[in-house]
Design a protein around this ligand. Sequence first.
Ligand SMILES: NC(=O)c1ccc[n+]([C@@H]2O[C@H](COP(=O)([O-])OP(=O)(O)OC[C@H]3O[C@@H](n4cnc5c(N)ncnc54)[C@H](O)[C@@H]3O)[C@@H](O)[C@H]2O)c1
Length: 262
Amino acid sequence: MKAAELFDLSGHVAVVTGAASGLGLAIAQVIAANGGRVAMLDIDEGKLKQAAAAIDEAGGAVETFSVDIAEAGKVESVVDAYAERYGRLDCVFANAGVSGGPGYGKPEGELEAASMELWDACLRVNLDGAFRTIRVAAKHMKPRRQGSIVVTSSVAALHASALPSYGYHAAKAGIAQVVRVAALELGPHNVRVNAIAPGPFRTNIANGRMHTPEGAAAFADTVPLGRLAELDEIKGLALLLASPASTYMTGAIIPIDGGTQA
Ligand SMILES: NC(=O)c1ccc[n+]([C@@H]2O[C@H](COP(=O)([O-])OP(=O)(O)OC[C@H]3O[C@@H](n4cnc5c(N)ncnc54)[C@H](O)[C@@H]3O)[C@@H](O)[C@H]2O)c1
C-alpha cells in the first residue's frame, strides 16, 4: 500500500479542541492537508479565526467554533451539531489544555504555596474538559463502529518533574488513565482511544514560558535530544493516529518527547 493511501483522510470529519494555537493548530493543519474536514474549537475566538483563515487559504476545509470545553454542555452541543451535519465523525483530538502555573521548581509552585484556584482551573480544562470531549466523541463513533479519539496528555503523566504544576501532573495522569479505560470500553465497538504524551514543544502554553530563553533552556535540559520540539514535529504522530495507518492501535499512551522516557 502506498503511503498516500495509508494516510489519506479524504472524506473524514474531524474535531480538534485547542486548535487556535500550538499543537492543536498543527494537528488541524495536517488533517486538512491530507483531505480531512476539521472543526476547530477554541476559547480564543480571535486567534481561532486567524488560524483557520490560513488553513482555508491553503485549500483546507475548516470551520471554527468558539467554545470553553470546560463549560457544561458546550463542547457536547458543538460536536453533536457538527457530526449530525456531516453524518459521521472519524477522529476527535481532545487537545485543549492549560498549564496550571509553575511546578515546585518555583517557590509559588511548592506544595504549601500552590494556588488551589489554579489547581481547579487546570483540572477543569485538562481533565473535565477532555473527559467531556471523549464522551461526546464516543457517542457519535459507536453507532458507526468507526473512529479514533486522541487525547493530548503529557510526559507529566509518565514521570514527575519540578517544572509543571501539581495540578498539571494530576490532570494529565488522570486523563491518561481515562484513555486506557475508554479504550477497553470502546474496543468492542471498533472505536480506538489513544493519548499522545508530548515532551516540551515550543507553544504558547504557560504564558509563553517556552518562548523565553530561560524557560526554553529549563525544558531543553531535560531532553536527550537537547532541544525543544517545533510544532511541525507533532504532525506525523497526529496523522498516524487519525488515519487508517493505525487501525490496530488503541489504549496506548505514546511519548513524543525527544527521549525523556529513555
Ligand atoms: N507545549 C508542550 O510542551 C506540551 C507538552 C505536553 C502536553 N501539552 C499539551 O498540549 C495541549 C496543547 O497545548 P499547547 O502546548 O499547544 O499550548 P497552547 O497554549 O499553544 O495551545 C492551547 C490552546 O488551547 C486553548 N484552550 C485553553 N483552554 C481552553 C478551553 N477551556 N476551551 C477551549 N480551548 C482552550 C487555548 O486558547 C490555546 O489555543 C495541551 O493539552 C497541553 O497541556 C503541551
